[in-house]
Write a protein that binds this ligand. Structure first.
Ligand SMILES: *Cc1c(COP(=O)(O)O)cnc(C)c1O
Length: 435
């Protein structure tokens, strides 16, 4: 499989190069030159296959010959090393719980696959791979855990001081080893600005092999298809499901769309958004107006210009009508998010995190107009990662799962720095000098 840049269809790279570069040098997103079509036998027999077989079958064409089969098997085995159950919540809504991984968020799947591919490629490189990541909470934790102790890689995480939850902060700062946390005296935008400047800094790039780990990276984006297939192995209802995806940068939804294009029997998608509704407006009007993000209770989805938007347009060949046949989009307010968490808890004792609550509310709206259908949401994070919101909604906080006990006892190590590029750069160079 080759990948081209969405800004220049004559510029091809293989999976290895696309993974190491993250984004094409011309600033475009990498996109597979063709979307594989799964054979009928595979789709019909999905329920009889193991997680590992499904993961391998989906990813092998994308990876091509850049990673040997045996190696790819073990990468997938490590990637999927936790349960992904489809839990009933109400009569017509299920949740695909993607939060039983090490950092309790769906990003574990993509980050683990990415880190292990990078680790494999790093073995043949003279230089260490340095992953630079800005986080509002979830991404950094998943990336830190995924890369921890992967030889040949170092991770620098920038997070906004005082703006991540206690569980998230431990996940960012307590691992040590090849994971370096910088606590920025500013907000998420400040962190992102510093990272963007670093990627434009020729002097920095001369000295180190700098790469990114967000859903722009094909090795993080594409393996997310696997759990849509795993959901279908557990789907026992008569009709094809409606799937509601809590969306920010739209990597998750975009992976589901690719899986459907390959043949997965998903009926319809709902792009569930919070007050950051540029995609919802685009679906309604056909006009795309990126904007700056506004803060909401589902902060991992506070994105004003979703980075995977071009990929979604490409899937539908820029045909707005076709896109609307496959995707509906609903924007959910903070008030509705809170009332959804409360109503679901009162009806079934099930605690939704604020992101899953946005998806639940959107799916419920859709099913109200289509009572013959059923569906599932992507349960993108464990509610314990957003205790303040859950407390506000239901008057209690979820208990921290035992799996986090050891981490919560570890000490935080982070360098507190102001949001100034010069300070950031000298700190980063200091870290590299010691490697
Ligand atoms: C990152 C994140 C999202 C948004 O996912 P995208 O792939 O960026 O659309 C939704 N929910 C949670 C909990 C997240 O961490």
């Amino acid at each position: 499989m080759r990948y081209f840049s969405l800004k220049d269809r004559n510029n091809y790279v293989d999976f290895k190069e696309a993974t190491l570069l993250g984004q094409a040098p011309d600033g475009g997103l990498y996109y597979p030159e063709s979307i594989p079509v799964w054979n009928n036998h595979f789709i019909r027999n999905l329920k009889r296959k193991s997680k590992l077989e499904i993961g391998f079958e989906i990813m092998a064409p994308y990876v091509g010959n850049t990673i040997p089969e045996k190696e790819l098997y073990s990468i997938i085995e490590e990637t999927l090393d936790f349960d992904i159950p489809l839990q009933p919540i109400s009569e017509n809504i299920y949740s695909l719980e993607l939060f039983h991984g090490p950092t309790l968020a769906f990003k574990d799947v993509g980050a683990r696959f990415l880190s292990r591919c990078m680790g494999f490629f790093a073995r043949k490189l003279a230089q260490k791979i340095v992953v630079l990541v800005a986080t509002s909470g979830d991404t950094g934790g998943a990336v830190a855990d995924a890369f921890h102790n992967i030889p040949g890689t170092e991770v620098i995480i920038l997070y906004p001081s005082g703006k991540v939850s206690p569980v998230q902060e431990k996940q960012l700062t307590a691992l040590g080893g090849n994971i370096h946390a910088l606590e920025i005296e500013g907000d998420f935008d400040d962190c992102q600005k510093l990272v963007k400047m670093a990627f434009l800094d020729e002097e920095l790039k001369e000295n180190i092999l700098l790469t990114s780990s967000n859903s722009i990276n094909v090795a993080r984006w594409l393996p997310q298809q696997i759990y849509y297939a795993l959901a279908m192995t557990q789907w026992e209802e008569e009709h094809e499901p409606v799937v509601a995806v809590p969306s920010g940068n739209f990597g998750n939804l975009c992976a589901g769309l690719v899986a459907k294009q390959s043949g997965l029997t998903i009926g319809h998608f709902i792009a569930a958004c919070n007050a950051n509704d540029v995609f919802t407006s685009y679906v309604k009007s056909g006009v795309y107006h990126p904007s700056t993000a506004v803060p909401t209770l589902s902060n991992a989805m506070d994105v004003g210009n979703p980075s995977n938007f071009d990929r979604i347009l490409t899937i539908f060949q820029h045909d707005h009508e076709k896109l609307c046949e496959a995707i509906s989009s609903i924007s959910v307010s903070d008030v509705e998010t809170l009332s959804t968490i409360k109503a679901v808890f009162e009806a079934s004792q099930y605690i939704l995190d604020p992101h899953a609550a946005v998806a639940y509310s959107a799916l419920k709206d859709h099913l109200f107009d289509h009572p013959e259908q059923k569906g599932f949401i992507l349960g993108s994070a464990h509610p314990v990662k957003f205790p303040m919101v859950v407390q506000e909604a239901i008057g209690q906080t979820p208990t921290i799962p035992e799996s986090l006990g050891a981490l919560m006892k570890k000490h935080k190590t982070a360098l507190l720095i102001p949001p100034e590029y010069a300070r950031f750069k000298s700190t980063a160079l200091e870290i590299f000098k010691k490697l």
